[in-house]
Design a protein around this ligand. Structure first.
Ligand code: PNS
Length: 162
């Protein structure tokens, strides 16, 4: 029998404690979470897809229920190719709603079996975003509340190289 699998797509530039919280919440409902990292040559990311994947692997060391993969192109094509149809996304605040609503309806137009589930992170993570983390890192600020030690080291190194 096919396991109950949910896909968690995103840029994850970088993956934060907020993302980790959502994966752990999804594991209360699903057998497996596939974190699908967008590899988009047109989108300027701070971290390469390899770096983003390495970071996420470090959060879930030894947890076989979390798979981490890269995908290119349309999310629905990735889902169809892998025989999957459910994604999860975080809903932190009202400002997330508009983009998520549009994305869901677009994806369903492209793939009629597409379903999206929205999970609310713990309150203490509801304001964290990858862009805020990048900004703090760029000024050498304290990242302890936002990302794990491994991610922090990669981020500081990235900005010191610049
Ligand atoms: O972390 P993000 O940047 O908010 O994630 C957005 C993501 C990667 C889920 C979305 O941009 C996406 O699915 N991109 C793949 C291209 C695609 O399928 N676009 C059409 C749906 S809007």
């Amino acid at each position: 029998m096919k396991k109950n699998i949910i896909v968690y797509p995103g840029s994850f530039d970088p993956f934060t404690f907020g993302h980790e919280d959502l994966v752990n919440r999804a594991l209360n409902i699903f057998d497996e979470v596939v974190v699908a990292v967008l590899e988009n040559p047109k989108k300027d990311t701070l971290l390469s897809v390899e770096e983003r994947i390495e970071i996420i692997k470090n959060y879930f060391k030894g947890n076989d229920s979390v798979k981490i993969v890269a995908f290119e192109g349309l999310l629905v094509d990735f889902l169809k190719t892998n025989g999957l149809n459910i994604i999860m996304r975080g809903m932190r605040m009202l400002s997330d709603f508009e983009f998520e609503f549009q994305m869901s309806l677009t994806n369903r137009r492209l793939f009629k079996d597409f379903e999206a589930i929205y999970l609310v992170p713990a309150m203490k993570f509801s304001f964290i975003s990858s862009s805020i983390v990048r900004e703090i890192a760029s000024f050498n600020g304290d990242l302890d509340e936002f990302v794990n030690k491994h991610t922090k080291e990669i981020l500081y190194e990235k900005f010191n190289q610049k």
